[in-house]
Structures are given as structure tokens and as C-alpha cells.
Design a protein. Structure first.
Length: 271
């Protein structure tokens, strides 16, 4: 009788010790994961890794480490880890097959994050949308348009489509054209445009601005201009040039033509 009691005591003592050990492993593993994530984040920030990549890596490492902690705890409690891993693997395979499109999005997200065709804050044009990259998630990229609309683009579509990154280079060229009347002094108009460009603080001196006659239309002479600026100043410079050149033309007497029609009325005398 005493042997049975002793065996029962030993059994429950071992179970109790296993529970305590499992709890200890869980606490150490859970908080150890947070410490390790903090160290990894700090190292990536020192290496100037893009914040979006940092968040992506943190989420993957966080999930992976916590799964390992949970499996270790379950194994400490006496559950067969091999069987558990086999069940998880089978379930994972079934989930992957059922979420093929989502997995394509995940893979595309990883490609975008590490190939870096754009980063957070870049201005891109994709499809009919132009805006700034706000966030790159596992399945979607979030684009904020200039009129503050949020556009959610699946990563698999974005990775396989053609898009324009307006922020990739440090400088951009502003291409514009101004129409002047045939009766206006074209050389004077060119000098006015060059003067406005030269006086603007956002217009770069190098490469040299280009101002030349580019087209003869039915009702106007078109003067093309190309001027370089820093990428962040592109829209400000373009809008300023439109306003300031018009004001300077008016001041100097250079006429900007408008479409007009000549109507000729013929009178016929009927006898």
C-alpha cells in the first residue's frame, strides 16, 4: 500500500515539477523573445535599415520565436513534440494550399521589402493613382494620395505591374511649355522665362536650364522650358513658374494667345 502511495506521490511530484519547469520556460522564453527583438531592432536601426523592413522582420521573428517557446513548453508537459510538429506541419501545408493567393502576396511583399524599388515616403504612380508610400505590409502596400485618400494595393499585383517612382533620384526635371502670340517678341519672352528661372531659389543652376522654341501652332508659338530642381521641390517650382512667368509676361507686354474664331458674314443681293 505504501509503495502505491509513494509512486502516486512521485508521479504527482514529477507532474508538478514539469508544470513549474514549463511555466519557468514560458516566462523566460516570452520575455527573452522581447529582449531579443529589442536587440535585433537596435542593431537594424544602427545599420540604417528601412523602418518598414524592421517592422516586417520583427513580426516574423516574434511569431517564430513564440511558436518555438510554446512547442518547448508543451514538450516539457509531456506531450509528444514530434506528433505536435507533424500535426502543425500538415495543418500548415493545408493552410498554404488554401491561401495560395495570399502566399503570393507575402512573397511579393518580401521581394518589395528587400529589393527596395521604393521605401516609405516615396512618391509613386501606379495605375491611376499617385501618392506617397505609407506602409508596406505582408499582403498589401498602403498608398496615400495627395488628396488624402488611402489606396490599398495587393503586393502580388504591385510586384507584377509597372509603376513610376518619382522619389528615387535626388533631382527631377520640370518640363513645361508656354504659348506666346505670333505678334510677340519671342526673344524677349525667352529672356523673361530665363530671368524668372534664374531668380527662383528652387531652380538649379546645373544642369543649365533649357528655353527654346519647340513648336509652331495655328494660333501660337510654343516655348519649351526644362529646369532641374530637388525632388522635394518639384511641384512648388512648377506651380511658381506658371504663376510668375504669366505675371512677368503681362508686365513686359508679351501676349499669351487664346483661341478665337473669325466669322465672316457675306451679304447676297437678290434681285
Amino acid at each position: 500500500m505504501s509503495d502505491a502511495i509513494n509512486k502516486m506521490i512521485d508521479k504527482y511530484t514529477n507532474v508538478g515539477m514539469n508544470i513549474i519547469d514549463a511555466l519557468f520556460i514560458f516566462i523566460i522564453g516570452w520575455y527573452g523573445t522581447k529582449i531579443l527583438l529589442h536587440i535585433i531592432t537596435k542593431m537594424m536601426k544602427k545599420s540604417n535599415v528601412d523602418p518598414i523592413v524592421i517592422n516586417f522582420v520583427k513580426s516574423i521573428v516574434n511569431v517564430g520565436l513564440k511558436i518555438i517557446v510554446v512547442i518547448t513548453v508543451i514538450g516539457q508537459l509531456g506531450v509528444s513534440v514530434t506528433s505536435l510538429v507533424a500535426v502543425l506541419t500538415t495543418a500548415g501545408a493545408a493552410i498554404v494550399l488554401g491561401l495560395q493567393d495570399s502566399m503570393k502576396g507575402v512573397v511579393s511583399g518580401i521581394i518589395i521589402l528587400f529589393a527596395k524599388p521604393f521605401v516609405k515616403g516615396d512618391t509613386i504612380e501606379v495605375g491611376n493613382y499617385v501618392g506617397k508610400i505609407q506602409e508596406i505590409q505582408l499582403l498589401y502596400t498602403i498608398l496615400m494620395t495627395f488628396d488624402n485618400k488611402m489606396v490599398v494595393i495587393p503586393n502580388n499585383e504591385l510586384a507584377s505591374s509597372t509603376f513610376v517612382n518619382y522619389s528615387h533620384e535626388d533631382i527631377r526635371r520640370v518640363d513645361m511649355s508656354m504659348d506666346v502670340h505670333y505678334d510677340s517678341d519671342v526673344e524677349l519672352a525667352k529672356k523673361i522665362i530665363l530671368r524668372v528661372i534664374d531668380e527662383h531659389p528652387y531652380a538649379l543652376k546645373e544642369p543649365i536650364p533649357y528655353v527654346r522654341v519647340s513648336e509652331y501652332k495655328d494660333h501660337a508659338i510654343t516655348i519649351g522650358l526644362r529646369v532641374w530642381t530637388k525632388t522635394e521641390n518639384y511641384y512648388d517650382l512648377k506651380d511658381d513658374l506658371l504663376e510668375q512667368i504669366k505675371y512677368a509676361f503681362d508686365k513686359e507686354g508679351v501676349q499669351i494667345p487664346y483661341q478665337q474664331f473669325d466669322i465672316h458674314v457675306h451679304h447676297t443681293n437678290n434681285s
